[in-house]
Write a protein that binds this ligand. Structure first.
Ligand SMILES: Nc1ncnc2c1ncn2[C@@H]1O[C@H](COP(=O)(O)OP(=O)(O)OP(=O)(O)O)[C@@H](O)[C@H]1O
Ligand SMILES: [Mg+2]
Length: 269
């Protein structure tokens, strides 16, 4: 009798150990899956960025092309040229190339592999995300309203935070276009309460069509999109809540969707 009890106990212990091992393996598998998703989502936004850069460069390239045309015509026709005219063209050229180089900087920052957490100002980060998206917003006549109530700092990996902003703003843009909304608008409000930085991103695209709005953060949930992969928001939530100890939530308003990002200004990791 005693023996059986001991046997049972040993067997139970053994089962416990096996279970523990299984759990550990599953946790590890999950972690690897998350990493793959993270990589995929970054690649997807990289495609987005590349097309946006080539888009943003087309206009200045054309300007450069035509900048020296009047001067060339005069030179070829052996007409006299004013020094000021040449200097003005050169200063315009400098301006244009500076703009082009800024676009590349935004791009570089976005994809930087620097995973170091630093303190950074929210408005600067929003500006660089908007620089990346501004041309496609303009092309689609989408109005962008930015309200800076306070300009808090946050602590985290800059490029990851940009990725979140771009995901959310892009989703709003895509919905405004897909649903052919009249007077499309994206409103971004930056604020701070106590030590928490708060960004609200609001659109008038009609809102999230889900009974349980939180399901929007589930991996692979995608709706009303041509090539949606459904990982943008899942990844964004992971970045804000796991890496930055913050909170990302979604709500519907009267006119559309509202995403709120809350992150502490200081976290000790
Ligand atoms: N601002 C919004 N208004 C209405 N629906 C939205 C909004 N943002 C997201 N959604 C819904 O949530 C879904 C999930 O968004 P998510 O960004 O995770 O994936 P996706 O945009 O479909 O694909 P991707 O992985 O390429 O971003 C979208 O397909 C869309 O149906
Ligand atoms: Mg998306």
């Amino acid at each position: 009798m005693r023996q059986t009890k001991l046997d049972e106990f040993i067997e139970l212990e053994e089962q416990n150990r096996e279970l523990e091992e299984k759990i550990q393996k599953e946790i590890e598998k999950n972690r690897q899956k998350e990493q793959i998703l993270f990589h995929q989502s970054k690649l997807a936004s990289m495609g987005e960025m590349l097309s946006s850069i080539s888009h943003q460069w087309r206009q200045p390239l054309m300007e450069i092309n035509s900048l020296f045309l009047p001067i060339e015509i005069k030179l070829r026709g052996n007409k006299s040229i004013d020094n000021d005219e040449v200097l003005e063209a050169i200063s315009k050229l400098n301006e244009i190339t500076k703009y082009m180089s800024n676009t590349i900087n935004d791009f570089k920052n976005f994809f930087s592999t620097n995973k170091q957490s630093v303190k950074f100002s929210l408005s600067t980060q929003i500006n660089s995300a908007i620089n990346i998206l501004s041309t496609s917003l303009k092309d689609n006549n989408i109005n962008l309203e930015i309200i800076v109530k306070k300009n808090p700092e946050v602590f985290g990996v800059k490029s990851e935070y940009s990725q979140v902003l771009i995901n959310i703003i892009n989703n709003a843009k895509e919905m405004l276009i897909y649903r052919k909304i009249k007077n499309p608008l994206i409103k971004i409000t930056i604020d701070k309460k106590e030590d928490i930085a708060i960004i609200k991103i609001e659109d008038n695209a009609g809102g999230i069509k889900l009974k349980n709005i939180d399901d929007v953060f589930k991996p692979f949930y995608t709706n009303e999109k041509k090539d949606g992969s459904g990982i943008g928001l899942f990844m964004s939530k992971l970045i804000i809540e796991k890496n930055m100890a913050g909170m990302l939530s979604a709500d519907n308003t009267n006119n559309g969707a509202l995403f709120t990002i809350q992150t502490p200004q200081n976290i000790i990791k």
